[in-house]
Design a protein around this ligand. Structure first.
Ligand code: AMP
Ligand code: ZN
Ligand code: FE
Ligand code: FE
Length: 286
């Protein structure tokens, strides 16, 4: 039997991806993935549509979400896998996060205006289709208007942590965010720990020790932004802290060109056993 692969971190038009939830699942099927999770930022709106399409095409589907939690150096992201429907605590936190996001976008545009760059909110919203608008859309607009040469340049110069138009988002603390996911029965996974320039092995060690106490279950070792050494570091850290492994491409469609579903920037492959272990934890609690 051919090797089976999965992708447990993706974004659709329900947040800042460019594929509809159903399109995304069709692409996963075309790539011959056998498990796909949809993990939109602060939103469960795409999950029903994606789940129906997955059922139609015979893929296993995991209802997911990506939440940000506060960190000394900005924010870290936690995926919740197997997120239930109708958990009112979770719904109200996500609604709050979406409101904060709107206010933060306005604050970023104010800062940019102060730097002589005039962008209007309508254009940002148009870029995002009106849902979960955020820095990726502002970055694309900055490129389109010729203020920077590239998407990455927009983050380096204006939008990234410590750049000139950076505005922090108000998000829950890690104990609160991870506790919330556990309380509704979701499986919390620390996403792409090596994406951040400020993340040293020592810091990751400390973060995992604390987050494990809050209920963290797994570490996303396999990710489009992780190189082989970073994967090894994550595998080592997960073993040390008694965490399971997870993996996903963080596919966003056209918003992150070059990142493919299930394949990342080309070298990514997440084996089926990663899913089986997570599923076993969900069903048997470890
Ligand atoms: P937001 O949700 O508005 O805070 O935007 C977060 C998204 O911006 C992340 O999912 C990344 O895709 C992107 N992003 C954040 N920081 C950077 C960075 N320094 N360089 C490139 N992309 C980044
Ligand atoms: Zn995103
Ligand atoms: Fe993320
Ligand atoms: Fe993501």
């Amino acid at each position: 039997m051919a090797a089976r692969y999965i992708d447990l971190h993706t974004h659709s038009t329900a947040s800042d991806g460019s594929d509809s939830p159903a399109e995304l699942v069709r692409k996963a099927a075309a790539q011959k993935l056998c498990v796909i999770a949809l993990t939109d930022h602060d939103s469960l709106d795409g999950l029903d549509e994606a789940g129906r399409e997955a059922e139609r095409l015979g893929l296993q589907f995991v209802r997911g979400v990506e939440l940000a939690v506060r960190d000394d150096f900005g924010e870290l992201h936690v995926l919740g896998l197997w997120t239930p429907r109708g958990a009112s605590d979770l719904d109200s936190v996500m609604e709050h996060l979406r409101r904060e996001r709107t206010e933060r976008n306005a604050a970023i545009l104010e800062k940019l205006a102060g730097l002589g760059i005039d962008l209007c909110m309508e254009d940002v919203l148009a870029m995002s289709g009106g849902v979960a608008a955020g820095r990726p859309h502002i970055a694309r607009l900055l490129v389109e208007r010729g203020h920077v040469g590239s998407y990455q340049g927009a983050f380096d110069k204006y939008l990234g942590l410590r750049a000139s138009a950076y505005v922090p988002r108000k998000v829950p603390g890690p104990a609160e965010g991870i506790g919330l996911l556990r309380s509704v029965g979701a499986v919390p996974v620390l996403a792409h720990p090596c994406l951040y320039a400020s993340m040293t092995p020592e810091r990751l060690d400390a973060v995992l020790a604390a987050y494990k106490q809050y209920g963290l279950v797994a570490l996303e070792a396999y990710h489009s932004a992780h190189d082989a050494a970073q994967v090894r570091l994550c595998v080592d850290m997960a073993a040390r802290h008694g965490l399971l492994l997870s993996g996903g491409s963080d596919y966003h469609g056209l918003i992150k060109p070059g990142v493919r579903l299930g394949r990342g920037r080309g070298g990514l492959r997440i084996p089926f056993w990663v899913y089986e272990r997570l599923l076993h934890f969900r069903e048997c609690g470890g």
